[in-house]
Design a protein around this ligand. Sequence first.
Ligand SMILES: [Zn+2]
Length: 123
Amino acid sequence: MNVGCGNDNYLTGEVLCVIFHRYIEGMIGMRFIGLLIAAAVAVWVYMDAKSKGYKTLSAAGWMLGVFLLMIVFLPLYLFMRPKQARQVEILMPCKYCGKYYEGSPAYCPNCGHKVGGYSFNEE
Ligand SMILES: [Zn+2]
């Protein structure tokens, strides 16, 4: 008797068998993809941690943690990691008082002199 898929006598059985096999293959595929995603995310965490100034050991620890227990460690890592808020701050020294200020305010936050923006009447 035919055990696998390919029994011509029972078309319904055949279809069900194919669906079943597809399902099993899908499950295996899902696991594989899941593993792949976990590995990719773990590598990303490692790279990200390194670029955020983590030491190789702690970055590897995060990577391992995310790979093994992503559901726990990934949110934890995202929560713990230094915020990306440290944008490239353009620090400019005030021409008048010498104090550095962020960005390009029109007036120095320290001494109040006009330092930025467009000055129509240069003094
Ligand atoms: Zn100033």
